[in-house]
Ligand binder design. Sequence first.
Ligand code: M6R
Length: 611
Amino acid sequence: MCGIIGYTGEEEAVELLLNGLKALEYRGYDSAGIALSKGSEIIVEKSQGKISQLERKIEGENKDLSSHCGIGHTRWATHGKPNDINSHPHATENLALVHNGIIENYAELKKFLEKNEHYTFESETDTEVAAKLIDCFYRVTRDPFRAIAEALKLLRGSWAFGVIFKDDPGVIYATRKDSPLICALDEKGNFIASDIPAVLKRTNRYYTLEEGEIALVCADKVKIFDMDKRPVKKEIKEADWDVEAAEKGNYPHFMLKEIFEQPTVIRKTVSPRVKDGLPQLGIPKLTDETLKRFKRLIIVGCGTAMHAGMVGKTVIEKLARIPVQVEIASEFRYSDPILEENDLIIVISQSGETADTLAALRLAKEKGCKTMAVVNVVGSSIAREADFVFYTWAGPEIAVASTKAYTVQICAMYLLTLRLCLIHNSLPLVQVKKLTEELLDKMPVLVQETIDRSGEIRKIANRFRSVEDLFFIGRGIDYSLSMEGSLKLKEISYVHSEAYAAGELKHGTISLITQGVPVISVATWDSCYEKMISNVKEVRARGASVIMLCKKGAAAADDVSDFIIDFPECSEMFMPMLAVPSMQLFAYHMAVFRGCDVDKPRNLAKSVTVE
Ligand code: M6R
């Protein structure tokens, strides 16, 4: 999604803005731009395409862009095509503005503004409407703060705004609703940013802005006010991510680096939660008594996070015997769900900013339910709003395709399952202890062994690099894993793929299985293994080329598959930790072979802050 950076201070702004935008490239974008305060002027430079295109444009024009204050933006098109005019910043006679989010009532506001002689519109964007609305109030009040505050009262939708005014050089105004924005503090100036990596090279100290707050970011201070201009006291936060964590190092892609970080982040997430060999969630205010009170769990998320929830459902139901429902956040929020007092709503999100997941959380709270977030970004909106927070410690995930974040999300599901088993006495203590130890000590080692086989998986991917369609099949938990494998492959290699519950194939889709069609069969779950083999035989009989994902030495695998990716012995519930990284690597190598932009796949954004 769109990215925002702003800087005001003693250094040259252009370079800092462009570097900040580059650090935000991973969020996905299709145009970029900057606006600089220069005396009583504002200079805007923007261009469709990559930041390098904007840089070339700037170099070609050979203008004097020296300035100590400016704002920058990477746009991910929603209203209007990706082109120069629709790119941000949008400027008026008095100000320039960058915007993340969507102004839902832009059409009606545009009609209203068009009646004013000062305004004609050149872009197709909702953002231009916001810029002109603030400008309209500024003409009357000549007060930037009041102009923004008045405009906000009329806007509907979501926004993070950075605004500079001609008459107030050196100050960046910032405000937000349903879209993240931080004010970061540095010795030589201050920043605004939509995301911590944008400023991480300079500082890890920041304020998060809350809804209904307006920040005045100056070179030597940041002042934050409520809408009535009463000062708000805020706590400075410190991100514990370091610069290297947000850089590729020697890896060709962030995605590969992040796949290889999985053993480390499993340890980081699990080890602080194991005491005396037993799982401790360590979630403030979530006592065992509270947890015991919940009779049903509803897990909500989008994409990969939702797939992690599906693994959670299987293991919680199987071992702790508590009913679990898994919901797609964008469906859940509009489904008028029937929620009971004894339901715990668990939202899973890497970014903690996904618009639909955040809305689902708010809906659950409105209906009087307790909410728990499994979230990776500390201080994100979802983390701030949930009643209970389980932080996963994956560090920054930069590649659009989620890999290490998924693995620690399922670790969160395992720890929750094991704690529930203790609370509800559904498994003997020794067994809970054994499984906890296995998760902590053995699994990181086995995950390492699996990803070390990247070369073998690459060879298989090479064999299938030219296919256009591929199927994943599995039963039970293996169906959930198939969905994740299929999503990963689609999003980065653009190979059309579908995930099917293996038993369902013969109810229609098997008609698509013809000679040579690749079918990845995930068969890690013992109770369904034999049924799976029958299903694999069915596709094979129709000519499918079968890649089998199963335990080492799984009987029958040899007879029914063309390729085998097998995993070392571990408890069944932990098999997803081995199967999914193998599928991540398959998708990765396919994408590389096909010349795709692995870390920034087309049309996609890392953090989906619009509906
Ligand atoms: O930040 P979140 O975990 O809430 O993001 C949810 C999905 O957008 C995300 O998992 C998406 O499906 C990934 N790009 C998949 O790799």
